[in-house]
Ligand binder design. Structure first.
Ligand SMILES: Cc1ncc(COP(=O)(O)O)c(C=O)c1O
Length: 361
């Protein structure tokens, strides 16, 4: 089979499977030639063939459009709804271990993985900044910044909130070893073993691991790939099970990818405020937005300090540096004390990482 026929077949398959739908525009010849590593004439031949098969049409000065194949985008999976969700004792470690083993295969894009490709990060820039930071590093920094983290970094993070229109004081921000450390600290700050925590279903596996480790019980609330957690089901679960905390991903949920609208974030905050349940907002993916503006966190709508906003630079700058933070609202002191007794970052490498980030972000 010739190259252009192979290309035409692969596009035809995307059309049959509904990946490309009626009315969708095909990539320009130049773009397809670059992305598929073939010559522009091969792309053109493939498009002519698809036109002859009645699958696409050329529109003058606009390009090629799909005219055949599937009419509708395949429907998204329905959320798993349990009529009366029961408390679950959590045991997921073995499954997580298997998933993490499976993502090491380098020639496969691991769609089940929460780790972006390590090749995408600005390693050269980070390395340069690291080298200059080491030279100018204040040896006292590792003591001065005990528990809460590098002051300049906290100020930079506060500035980022400000740019999004949120007021979060630099004093409220606690630098952590990645977002996971922040999330764990929050969970430990507001729960005791045996308590119930409200989570989404499905959820990020490390939430389940944390719940398992601390000896908590989970109440699952269905989440939809399009608009996220079901707030009616959440209210019923709060009334019935009286959770001590909710752990929810508001922006690009892992694993569903859903994004809560601002209205829904407002409604979520109104709900946790009504029942006075702290919300641990797991927000590590908001940086990976398409569009003009980073989506707001639910914290933007919180007036009582009930939202503990957790994030990190792991998904957008460098996972290995383990630089995350939490803005814990009214729980700031609790989290700060807990951090002091659990995971203070005084090591030289982590101090350097903090200084590097204060300069790079
Ligand atoms: C939803 C979610 N929260 C938190 C984390 C942890 O982030 P970090 O690597 O900064 O600890 C991840 C990473 O896998 C994630 O997918």
């Amino acid at each position: 089979m010739k190259l252009y026929e192979q290309l035409a077949d692969s596009i035809a398959q995307s059309i049959q499977e509904g990946v490309l739908c009626r009315g969708d525009k095909l990539p320009s010849v130049r773009h397809a030639s670059t992305s598929r590593h073939v010559s522009p004439s091969t792309v053109l031949e493939a498009y002519y063939l698809l036109e002859a098969r009645g699958l696409i049409t050329a529109r003058e000065r606009s390009g090629y459009f799909v005219t055949g194949g599937a009419v509708n985008i395949p429907s998204s999976p329905a959320p798993i709804i349990q009529a009366d969700p029961q408390l679950t004792q959590v045991d997921v470690s073995e499954l997580v271990f298997q998933v993490l083993q499976s993502i090491r295969v380098k020639n496969i894009i691991p769609l089940g993985s929460a780790f972006p490709s390590p090749l995408l990060f600005p390693r050269a820039n980070l390395a340069r900044t690291m080298a200059s930071s080491v030279q100018s590093m204040d040896p006292w920094a590792s003591i001065d910044t005990l528990s809460t983290g590098d002051a300049n970094l906290r100020r930079q993070i506060a500035l980022r909130y400000m740019m999004d229109g949120l007021h979060v004081a630099a004093d409220e921000i606690i630098v952590t070893n990645g977002a996971l450390d922040a999330l764990n600290l929050c969970l430990m700050a507001v729960t005791r073993p045996g308590d119930t925590v409200l989570i989404e279903s499905p959820t990020f596996y490390a939430a389940l691991q944390a719940i398992e480790r601390i000896g908590l019980r989970a109440i699952e609330v269905p989440s939809h790939p399009k608009d996220g957690i079901d707030l009616d089901a959440m209210e019923r679960a709060i009334q019935r099970h009286k959770p001590k905390a909710c752990w929810i991903m508001t922006n690009f949920q892992n694993p569903l990818g859903s994004l809560l609208s601002d209205d829904k974030k407002k409604a979520l905050v109104a709900l946790i405020t009504k029942y006075q349940v702290p919300l641990i907002e797991d927000d590590v993916y908001s940086e990976l937005y398409f569009g003009d503006k980073r989506p707001m966190p639910a914290k933007a709508f919180d007036t009582q300090g009930l939202v503990m906003h957790c994030s990190s630079f792991s998904k957008c700058l460098a996972p290995g540096y383990r630089v995350g933070w939490v803005a814990p609202g009214q729980y700031t002191q609790l989290v700060e004390r807990l951090k002091l007794t659990t995971t203070i970052s005084t090591s030289v490498p982590s101090q350097i990482a903090l200084q590097v980030f204060a300069k790079v972000i």
